[in-house]
Design a protein around this ligand. Sequence first.
Ligand code: APR
Length: 171
Amino acid sequence: MRIELVRGDITTQDVDAVVNAANSGLLGGGGVDGAIHAAAGPELLEACRRLRASTFPDGLPTGKAVATDAGRLPARWVIHTVGPIYPRAADPASDLASAYRQSLRVADELGAGSVAFPSISTGAYAYPLTEAAPIALRTVATSGSSVELVRFVLFGGAALDAFRRAERDLS
Ligand code: APR
């Protein structure tokens, strides 16, 4: 598995699967969730509504992941996952690790060769970047997933710096 850190917009990434930092409602929102839905188009919301009407009537639990098609995105799939809301989570580190691990499990089930991740939970869900970045990298690096390329797409300089520091500390 190759792990890349890039600064950019996850909606433009030409990878097999893009991971969405969703909320349990699965019906869109702000941040990267809003950007992905805006770029993917209404088909993505329709696919999420079908999930809510079937597999996840009560919404997607924290730490779980589920895939849909990707609408107009360059990617083939969107893997929706819900990270912990840091101030409220009993064990945020374990929930965050689960969100990354379950997303890769879904990617393996799909046969995705390349996956782009945002920095899950470090926006509206207030997970400190310095704590989240090492968990993200360690979880992905030790996942045993058969995904060949994992690209962390960091939206701002602070996130990129935090992930670069974490990568140095891990090696
Ligand atoms: N590409 C990549 N990363 C992005 C993009 C983008 N286009 N837009 C935002 N981000 C980054 C943010 O800068 C942050 O580092 O994604 C990271 C996660 O932030 P949020 O999107 O706020 O997600 P999260 O903290 O997991 O909170 C999820 O916020 O947006 C709502 O509907 C979402 O309710 C859910 C909650």
